[in-house]
Design a protein around this ligand. Structure first.
Ligand code: MOS
Length: 738
């Protein structure tokens, strides 16, 4: 494989577009005759709209139309959200009077200006039949029911964990809780819809344009080819924009009613109410081990919350059976229905909440048996996948521990908690393992060779800030053996070959493989044509004699001749050449398990009187197969770590038990870190050879960055203070009062 650009730490190619404001986001397309829609949310969290009076609102200057469940045009079902349609909630918006969560849309105001629409929205009078709010995992009156798999995979139990736990020399059992979180991307959710006859175009902030297209076609009963969804640039996704939330079909509905382009941008408050968040979880873990650290049994179970009408499972047990070589593992999850919007995927869904529990519990075990936490992990190292009983496609986790420990100075950690002091502060070091399934989804891409010898690759995948454009261009250039400036990657438009949801840290392994495959398909077709064309210097040669190297086409049977891509096209009398590639999903029937791994190391300083925690140092050593771009790859890990620190110490969406409303719905009250809260994050990309997940040898990286980070911090806090905190976020009072 040519290796000119892949791996290099190139800066983002779209950087100049972004810093000069030329990169257009979905609410930034200037359109003639555009009008604005504002969505009105329910004041209650459970019950029905008894009556809704829009007459005052309709008299507001500039109001074009107000839509409620009483006058709305019908929508059809978009089908299941895992069936290729990106739809989220099953219940369609504005179709009936039922209310299941606070802020749920009950009306939509279309007006000439945003201000008119906002003002009119205030004047709508609503009477409700109110039911009590059902909320909270602590509420023992709510029925719990067994959770089924969310993403087609479910953690599997093995052996007899209960019996073996009972017999174990060392037993540790505890409860952990995590609170709800909201994605809060910098760019809010936004959709601009335009109808031209029965053709619909939507500019949407989406990680999954192809899925939005699919869902909208079904909801409006129009052929798929009549829908175009454009998501060139997305200002952060993190899973929250992986589904289509209700403002998207409502923008299209409004545009149809108004017969004009309509733009909807969610307010920051609506970013808390009307798009999915991370479920709350309550987890119990029990670990049985020998005194020498050999794991004998792990029991990991618990409950998370979901919506009244839809199931979402935050799969916090997903990593437990595969992470360590323990013969007896029991995992089980339950759900409870509450008056909240449907929860959803959020960066490392499952791992972010679950790995922190198992990695905290292992730290507790290490302390109990007076063993180094890394030694304990190595003692129970899973050389093959103990859950699926097959080899890992690649796993350099041992190197991550080793390199991470060495670079971080792990040997300087004080064994006895609460004994390391510096400048009056308590110092603690902690570590945790990171893991995340490495996936490959089905993905399509196209390639075109132009007359000037340049290449155009296309895919509907958006650029959501991860560096996809840059990486796809690097892949295209190396595939063709040409300089970077000969390759263009066009993206984020369903007019292009369909990409899967840009999620699951799988865009490189999915779309990247499709781009590579499309480039190879161009070469294959060129070779076939060049040996069949009489005017070609390679006429009559066999296919395997044709070689593509460094942008030149040669033939071992005709060594005197050499063509570049432009002259090859000329010889063939063609202006361009097109090819496509379709990558299969990597799943059933595989004989290897594919996972990314890593080790996180944190140093915290804790004020002994005030219990203020600050993270002083952070280091991650991760493996992700072949690195596509060193700079964007490290940036992915750093971003994940920042969120992990935030998850550990700050973030929580607080719901009012009585009204069901989010109390801290704004970036002023929903705590997130600022630069001063985040130390320099050192990332080491540990080399690893991945031979199974695809031609590129790449696994995903984004989400390993967050999985396990809260455990590394909680473990460091224990090392600093001797206090084991088992709820996230870890608050000052948790440390002071424990
Ligand atoms: Mo991610 S939660 O798979 O966008």
């Amino acid at each position: 494989m040519s290796n000119e650009f892949i791996g290099k730490g190139l800066s983002r190619l779209e950087g100049p577009l972004k810093v000069t404001g030329k990169a257009r986001y979905s609410a930034e397309f200037p359109l003639k005759g555009i009008c604005y829609a504002v969505l009105v949310g329910s004041a209650i969290s459970a019950g029905r709209v008894r009556s809704i009076n829009t007459s005052k609102a309709e008299k507001t200057a500039g109001v074009i139309k107000i839509i409620t469940h009483e006058n709305r045009p019908p929508l059809s079902s978009p089908g299941d959200r895992l069936s290729g349609s990106a739809n989220s909630e099953k219940r369609l918006p504005l179709q009936d009077a039922e209310i299941n969560y606070a802020g749920q849309y009950i009306a939509l105001v279309i007006a000439e200006t945003l201000q008119s629409a906002q003002h009119a929205a205030e004047l709508i009078e609503v009477n409700y039949d109110k039911q009590p709010t059902v909320l909270g995992l602590k509420n023992k009156n709510i029925d719990r029911f067994p959770a089924k798999s969310q993403m087609g995979e479910i953690a599997k139990s093995r052996g007899d964990a209960k019996a073996e736990y009972g017999k174990a020399e060392v037993k540790l059992e505890s409860k952990y809780t995590t609170e709800a979180q909201n994605h809060n991307q910098m760019e809010p959710h936004a959709s601009t819809a335009i109808w031209d006859g029965d053709k619909l175009t939507v500019y949407d902030a989406s990680q999954y344009p192809a899925g939005v297209r699919n869902g909208l076609a079904k909801m409006f009963n129009i052929p798929l080819e009549n829908v175009r969804v454009v998501s060139h640039f997305v200002g952060g996704g993190f899973g929250g924009k992986g589904n289509m939330w209700q403002h998207v079909p409502l923008a299209a509905l409004a545009a149809r009613v108004a017969r004009r382009p309509v733009k909807i941008v969610l307010s920051r408050k609506q970013m808390f109410n009307n798009v999915g968040n991370r479920s709350e979880t309550e987890q119990r873990i029990a670990i049985g081990a020998n005194k020498d650290g050999t794991l004998k049994a792990i029991i990991h179970e618990g409950v998370s919350d979901t919506a009244m009408k839809d199931d979402f499972v935050e799969q916090f047990t997903i990593s437990t059976p595969m992470l360590y070589a323990c013969p007896n593992v029991d995992v089980a999850q339950e759900l409870v229905r509450v008056n909240k919007i449907l929860p959803t995927y959020m960066r490392a869904p499952g791992e972010a909440t679950g790995v922190w529990v198992i990695e905290s519990a292992l730290d507790e075990l290490a302390h109990a048996i007076n063993m180094d936490p890394i030694e304990l992990r190595m003692k129970n190292y899973a050389h093959q996948d103990p859950e699926k009983e097959r080899p890992f496609s690649s796993k350099a986790l041992d190197k991550c521990y080793q390199i991470g420990a060495e670079k971080f100075g792990w040997s300087k950690r004080y064994k006895s908690p609460g004994t390391n002091k510096r400048g009056g502060k308590l110092i603690g070091l902690g570590m945790a393992t990171a893991t995340r399934g490495a996936k490959r989804f089905g993905a399509k891409a196209s390639a075109r060779l132009n007359a000037d010898g340049s290449f155009l690759f296309r895919s509907s995948t958006p650029e959501q800030g991860t560096g996809s454009i840059t990486v796809m261009t690097q892949i295209g250039a190396d595939c063709m053996g040409v300089p970077l400036n000969k390759v263009t990657f066009e993206h984020g438009d369903t007019n292009f070959a369909a990409a899967p949801v840009a999620a699951g840290s799988a865009t490189v392994s999915s779309v990247g493989n499709a781009v590579w495959g499309a480039g190879k398909a161009i070469q294959k077709e060129l070779a076939e044509k060049l040996i069949a064309e009489k005017k070609s210097p390679f006429f009559g040669a066999s296919k395997d004699q044709i070689e593509f190297k460094d942008g030149a086409i040669t033939c071992s049977a005709k060594t005197k001749s050499k063509l570049d891509y432009a002259s090859a096209l000329k010889v063939l009398g063609q202006k361009s050449l097109d090819a496509k590639f379709d990558t299969d999903p990597f799943e059933k029937g595989q004989d290897h398990s594919t996972h990314g791994f890593g080790a996180h190391f944190a140093e915290v300083e804790v004020d002994p009187d005030l219990a203020i925690v600050s993270v002083k140092r952070f280091l991650s050593a991760v493996t992700c197969g072949r690195v596509m771009n060193e700079k964007t790859c490290k940036a992915q890990v750093q971003g994940g770590v920042i969120w992990g620190i935030s998850q550990a110490l700050m973030e929580s969406t607080i719901f009012d038990e009585r009204s069901g409303r989010v109390l801290n719905r704004g970036l002023d009250e929903y705590h997130i870190p600022v630069n001063a809260d985040i130390p320099e994050i050192e990332v080491h990309l540990v080399p690893e050879e991945e031979k199974h997940l695809g031609a590129l040898g790449a696994k995903g990286v984004g989400e390993i960055g967050i999985a396990g980070v809260p455990a590394a911090i909680a473990n460091a806090i224990f090392n600093a203070t001797g206090k084991r905190i088992r709820r996230l976020p870890i608050r000052i009072e948790d440390i002071l009062l424990s």
